[in-house]
Design a protein around this ligand. Structure first.
Ligand code: HEM
Length: 388
């Protein structure tokens, strides 16, 4: 049985039972390497997440021109611990809570533009712009630079080969963006403002501060880690509610259940389907010998459908009581933006269902999926709706 981008779940069901730890020598990683272990079961995925000494995050090639290669998501302790501590001084629960009114305002403004039309493309009109505008606001991007920022953000959600101008165009844009952020970092160092970049520059632990390059790496990491994933969460929620009209109706009458509906969407259609590790030493998993230097794909999308953990895993049930999905990872690299992603999805869906209802796929056509195994992500998503 083969993997399918639009519906990887039958493949997971098969592999969970038949081949839960398996080597695939033809697998091509987005950063160019070939060959990987696939790990499908919940317990194995969690075990690898927890054992950061055996399974390293330093899988991304150290490319000099890519600021991402020093970001905390691809760094091991002790450097990872140091970076995470410093960043968490600035990226605080309060900084996230302060975004609440903005997320509400952004969602209302976006809906004002489509409400009277009775139709929209959810990806284009709602799910892409919300996280981009939230991160722009967090970072303190000025109004005049918003369009530029949006262009870069959309670009970094793609693979280098999919961008206009190919890998060269991608790295050129990354260079432009890095120069833009480095200028901004320089200005904020001289004159701090009330934004995340200024806070990051001031953060201090045991007399140590983040360098300009560390702040740059984090800014770019926010774009890569925080935009498309949240877009997928909002899209996947609306898609799943359309498939379950009774849930759509229930949530309109019981908006207080939106929070648990989002957790079930995270499990049922995880925005990120897998994440990488690289073996730091020879080891063994489920009797298979993994060699130092081997790449590993941890399939959270599959772990979240493991029937030994979730009863009837292929059913979407917002009243499920076991909410221990692994969509945000586990252990020392657990998603730093999880509270923000949850807040964005919660407000967006609350505002949406407060104003509109009876969502349906336009002309009953299935949405067009992005051809990506890493994400469960909808590219074109035309829907119709009624005003409430
Ligand atoms: C890490 C998923 C939204 C920032 C991670 C990891 C996962 C994940 C699985 C763990 C990576 C690993 O173990 O190697 C998601 C999903 C999101 C989301 C599904 C949306 C639904 C966000 C947002 C932000 C963010 C909105 C910030 C604005 C980060 C950062 C890390 C991370 C900085 C690295 C943490 C570390 O290495 O210690 N995310 N993420 N994420 N995420 Fe998210």
């Amino acid at each position: 049985m083969k993997h399918s981008f639009s519906n990887p779940f039958p493949w997971y069901n098969h592999m969970l039972k038949q081949n839960p730890v398996t080597y695939d020598e033809d697998f091509l990683h987005y950063f160019g390497a070939k060959g990987t272990w696939h790990i499908f079961r919940y317990d194995d995925v969690q075990k690898v997440f927890q054992d950061h000494e055996t399974f390293s995050n330093e899988y991304f090639p150290k490319i000099a021109e890519s600021p991402v290669s020093i970001a905390m998501s691809v760094t091991d302790p002790p450097r990872h611990k140091q970076l995470r501590l410093l960043i968490s001084k600035a990226f605080t629960p309060k900084a996230i809570e302060d975004m609440k009114p903005w997320i509400e305002q952004i969602t209302h403004e976006l809906l004002d533009q489509v409400e009277d039309k009775g139709e929209m493309d959810v990806t284009r009109d709602l799910a892409v712009p919300i996280p981009i505008q939230v991160i722009a606001k967090l970072l303190g991007i000025s109004h005049k630079d918003q369009d530029k920022f949006k262009k870069w953000s959309i670009m970094f959600a793609k693979q280098p080969s999919e961008v206009d101008g190919g890998a060269e165009g991608y790295f050129q844009a990354q260079k432009e963006m890095s120069e833009y952020f480095l200028r901004m970092i320089k200005f904020r160092k001289q004159e701090p403002e009330d934004d995340l970049i200024s806070q990051l520059l001031q953060a201090e632990v045991d007399g140590e501060k983040l360098s300009a390059n560390d702040v740059l790496a984090f800014c770019i990491l926010l774009l890569i880690a925080g935009n498309e994933t949240t877009t997928n969460l909002i899209n996947n929620a609306i898609f799943t509610f359309i498939e379950h009209p009774e849930v759509q109706e229930h949530l309109i009458d019981h908006p207080e259940d939106i929070t648990k509906a989002i957790e079930e969407v995270l499990r049922y259609r995880s925005p990120l389907q897998y994440i990488n590790r690289i073996a730091a030493k020879d080891t063994e998993l489920r009797g298979k010998r993994i060699k130092k230097g081997d790449f590993i794909n941890l399939w959270m999308g599959s772990a979240n459908r493991d029937e030994s953990v979730f009863a009837n895993p292929n059913e979407f049930d917002i009243h499920r009581t076991n909410l221990k999905h692994t969509a945000f990872g586990h252990g020392i690299h657990y998603c730093m933006g999880a509270p923000l992603a949850r807040l964005e999805a919660n407000i967006a869906l609350r505002v949406l269902l407060g104003r509109l209802h009876q969502f349906q796929l336009k002309d009953h056509k299935q949405p067009v999926m992005n051809q990506s195994a890493v994400t469960y992500s909808i590219k074109e998503f035309p829907v119709t709706f009624q005003k409430r």
